[in-house]
Ligand binder design. Structure first.
Ligand code: SF4
Length: 316
């Protein structure tokens, strides 16, 4: 399924996810990526699904939500890859307008210097761009970009887009121990975000299993100081240090819903257990997915998470 959820989101409320990029086409291979390593490191925009295929799937999912009296606050383009790689992005956003629900796009900024991408995103109601580093070396270490990308082009593209965009413009910055958790690296990011006049600048830390097992959140001393000092420099800042709530629900086919959600959003064990209980079904359904190698069980920090096994995704 292309549409999944709705999933509870601190930023967007009840968010119906749209996964319109096959795993895992992305111009980045971030060390903290929660959907694993990038198998197709690409900057070429292309067609993956037709707009009709996507909007039909969203329509079906919205009908299921309606039958269960479940609200949807946003339709969110949040694939297990980069949404702006879709050459039909503009037509897709336009096509989704028929549902009269605000549209959000979560992008890594890699292609934001392209005029077409900037124009297509204008139609979205809420756009999030990633800003993990302003320093070329750190950017390469964290985001591991495609070799033809240039950080200065991205930074210029973000500023150009911001100057034109009338919707809710937010940014997201992931803080990682030993990479960008120091003032030398962070102060230029904060100054840049200040100049962008963001609706909100979110800062997050890895809370789900990352692509590289050595990735850790900054230590407590840094985080305490960060929380104390950053709001004075950047009034629009907010933090996403906690995992989302456990309010995940199936809209009908539990096994498919688990696979669709975990494809882009690893589920904590508590959340998955709650989802199974709410569906009135048995944990056996999860065990079967694990035994069939369609779902992976992973330990990260003090939690247990369930992720879709992308190696088998195309066979399902
Ligand atoms: S975190 Fe986002 S931008 Fe980074 S590799 Fe994963 S999908 Fe791509």
């Amino acid at each position: 399924m292309i549409a999944f959820g709705p999933v509870p989101s601190r930023r967007l409320g009840s968010s119906l996810g749209i996964n319109h990029i096959p795993p895992k086409h992305c111009p980045y291979s971030c060390v903290y990526c929660q959907v694993g390593s990038t198998s197709s490191l690409s900057i070429t925009r292309q067609e993956f699904f037709s707009v009709k295929e996507i909007t039909d799937d969203v329509d079906q999912k919205l009908n299921e939500c309606k039958n269960q009296n479940r609200e949807v606050d946003y339709l969110t383009l949040v694939p297990d890859g980069e949404p702006t790689l879709d050459t039909h992005l503009g037509e897709l956003i336009f096509g989704l307008k028929q549902f009269q629900i605000p549209i959000a796009v979560i992008s890594n900024s890699a292609l934001i210097n392209l005029p077409d991408v900037q124009d297509e995103l204008q139609q979205a109601d809420w756009v999030s761009l990633k800003v993990d580093a302003m320093d070329e070396t750190v950017w390469k270490k964290i985001n591991r970009p495609h070799g033809r990308l240039r950080l200065d082009n991205l930074i210029t593209g973000i500023s150009e887009f911001r100057a034109k965009y009338a919707g809710k413009f937010v940014t997201e910055t992931m803080l990682i121990r030993g990479l960008n958790d120091n003032a030398t690296i962070l102060d230029p990011i904060i100054a840049f975000l200040n100049n962008l006049n963001t609706f909100v600048s979110y800062f997050s830390i890895p809370t789900r299993p990352p692509a590289e097992s050595w990735v850790k959140p900054p230590d407590q001393a840094f985080l305490q100081d960060f929380l104390l000092t950053t709001p004075r420099k950047l009034s629009s800042m907010d933090i996403l240090f906690e995992a989302e709530t456990d309010d995940f629900q199936s809209t009908g086919d539990l096994a498919n819903d688990i696979l669709s959600i975990t494809s882009v959003h690893p589920l904590r064990e508590e959340a998955l257990k709650q989802m199974v209980i709410t569906s009135g079904l048995d944990w056996m359904i999860v065990e079967a997915l694990i035994n069939n190698k369609r779902l992976l069980r992973v330990q990260y920090q003090s939690g247990v998470f369930y992720l879709r096994n992308h190696k088998l995704k195309n066979e399902s």
